[in-house]
Design a protein around this ligand. Structure first.
Ligand code: DLL
Length: 441
């Protein structure tokens, strides 16, 4: 369901809208935020220098450190009396990053998420189960306001409490469920464990994101629930969920809300733009935000974009799935691997459950990478719960072989009993660095 004209704008129409809004944003941050004033002064840039959308490249990049250095409110471009919401992300090191919203910001965000839910197949008359965490994280409330704005009967169940999630699925008969793919997988598994078939539920669509996930994981979730599962992207610094959303018709890239953001893809080393279709770091400039505008925010997320028209009829630029964050890329004896690539190949191996964790340890002076995987309940029963069984050893060899051939890395593999790898209620912890603190991917 296309609910907004801008989704089918011609490139000229979109650029005209973006240019007008970009100029306003540059004026706003120049007037209100000392951090940007100083940066623009250094480069001798004013709003007058912005004559085309491409002139965004004249502006300086902003990195996460800027948020930490200006903790908590120094990047806000609105008076505190006009701020009506504050979110923050914990971050794994240092101070949290804090973002604010005015009434207009919350309104625009709700519109954007309503549009995203419609892109993913949501209809106003359905019931929406929101299993994203409510709180400082933008997932819960961000998605909630959008689902209400679309007119859906929104159930604010939040993440966790899996038994109750299952009761709601059975009794409230939701048509759409939203949550991290790893947590929704846990809900499905729990249903199966109770002897229930998730396919018998009323669910038709899933809106999954906030963490990297693979095409293979999509297939697992779609098969288990008998739904269409679409990818939702966003980050708190830029707005929250809904910056981009995949359509259920094509499931071929995420439509970026270009009336609210300009997207660029750059080479993270040279900072030069890369060609459409080539992978690089996503960079966003906000166009409508009042409280927390961002100029060329470097997300650290790796993806590519295409400007080709989508089969669904929308004309907005699409981004590929996010492969992962640059920070979470593993470098194993000179070879770069993202956890999402490991997932892609692991799920194809029979006898394995779709859960994994990469653990980094130090043995003497050497860094050791150990991949933890789980066998399925079925196989485990067949080998009489004997994790040393020959069949399990064969599974281990298959995993090692696949990693070596497909990801070009050799790693130790540990095959564990079902339900051994910790499940998360929100974002899955895919890498555990025992040399330092755990990082969330
Ligand atoms: O995760 C916002 C969100 C909530 C998005 C609900 C989608 C659904 P943050 O906690 O600030 O915000 O984390 C943002 O999560 O920079 C990516 O690295 C990662 N991420 C978000 N969506 C996806 C996705 C929310 N669909 C960070 N695929 C981003 C891969 C994603 N990674």
């Amino acid at each position: 369901m296309i609910i907004h004209d801008v989704e089918t704008y011609s490139q000229e129409e979109m650029k005209a809208l973006q240019l007008k809004r970009l100029k306003e944003t540059v004026k706003r941050v120049t007037a209100k935020v000392p951090f940007y004033q100083e940066k623009f002064n250094e480069l001798n840039i004013t709003a007058e220098d912005i004559q085309t959308v491409e002139d965004v490249r004249k502006l300086p990049f902003t990195k996460k450190e800027a948020l930490r250095d200006n903790y908590p409110f120094n990047l806000f471009a609105a008076d505190m009396k006009d701020i009506i919401r504050i979110h923050a992300s914990s971050g794994t090191s240092g101070k949290p990053t804090v973002v604010g919203y005015t009434k207009n910001d919350i309104d625009n965000w709700a519109d954007m998420v309503a549009r995203a839910i419609a892109i993913a197949g949501g209809e106003p008359d359905g019931v929406f189960q929101n299993a994203y965490g409510y709180g400082l994280f933008t997932g819960g409330l961000g998605i909630h306001y959008g689902a209400e704005r679309l007119g859906m009967a929104t159930v604010p169940i939040s993440g966790g409490n899996t038994d109750r999630q299952i009761t709601v699925i059975e009794d409230f008969k939701p048509t759409v469920i939203a949550g991290t793919p790893s947590y929704i997988l846990k809900v499905a598994e729990e249903m199966e464990y109770m002897g229930k078939d998730p396919k018998n539920s009323s669910l038709k669509f899933g809106i999954f994101g906030a963490e990297p996930w693979s095409e293979e994981m999509r297939k697992v979730l779609e098969d288990k629930f008998g739904i269409k599962a679409c990818d939702i992207y966003g980050l708190s610094e830029v707005m929250g969920p809904g910056v981009a959303m995949e359509c259920h018709e094509s499931q071929d890239g995420l439509h970026i809300a270009e009336d609210h953001f300009i997207v660029e893809v750059i080479n993270p080393d040279t900072l030069e733009p890369v060609a459409d279709g080539e992978e690089g770091e996503l960079v966003f400039t906000s166009l409508t935000k009042e409280a927390f505008p961002v100029i060329r925010y470097r997300t650290g997320d790796i993806a590519s974009i295409t400007r080709e028209k989508c089969k669904c009829g929308r004309t907005t630029t699409r981004m590929s799935r996010v492969k992962g964050r640059i920070d979470d890329m593993l470098i194993i004896r000179g070879v770069n691997v993202f956890p999402s690539e490991i997932e892609h190949f692991l799920i194809q191996i029979e006898d394995l459950a779709p859960h994994y964790q990469v653990r980094l340890r130090r043995e003497g002076t050497l860094d050791v990478v150990e991949l933890h995987v789980e066998v399925t309940e079925e196989v485990y029963q067949q080998v009489n719960n004997d994790i040393q069984h020959e069949r399990i050893k064969l599974v281990m060899k298959k995993v090692q072989h696949s990693m070596k051939n497909n990801c070009l890395v050799s790693m130790k593999v540990k095959v564990l009993a079902p339900r051994s790898i910790p499940r998360s209620e929100g974002k899955a912890v895919r890498i555990v660095d025992e040399r330092k603190v755990a990082v969330t991917v």
